[in-house]
Design a protein around this ligand. Structure first.
Ligand SMILES: [Zn+2]
Length: 90
């Protein structure tokens, strides 16, 4: 299986890695689109996308810098969800 970085869907870890750059508007729109496509197709990553957005909004509202420890915790949680699957929703 040959892998071209511009021509395939990102893996979960890649999507999560790029997520903050997407939210910060740091990625070219084509790249961002690939990440967002993955998020929309992958519930654990979508969950992380939502959490990330909420954290960033809260941080923006408070005017404080983003706490790296908070980001690490969100990422850890989603890594686990990606590996173990999303818990069934009631
Ligand atoms: Zn994923």
């Amino acid at each position: 299986m040959s892998e071209s970085p511009t021509d395939r869907s990102p893996s979960c870890s890649e999507a999560l890695e790029q997520l903050h750059a997407v939210l910060d508007g740091e990625l070219p729109s084509e790249e961002a689109r690939r990440i967002i496509d993955h998020l929309e197709a992958c519930p654990p990553c979508e969950l992380e996308g939502d959490s990330f957005r909420r954290i960033k909004e809260a941080v923006a509202a408070s005017g404080n810098a983003l706490d790296p420890a908070s980001l690490a915790r969100v990422r850890e949680l989603t890594d686990r969800l990606c590996r173990e699957g999303v818990p069934p929703t009631a």
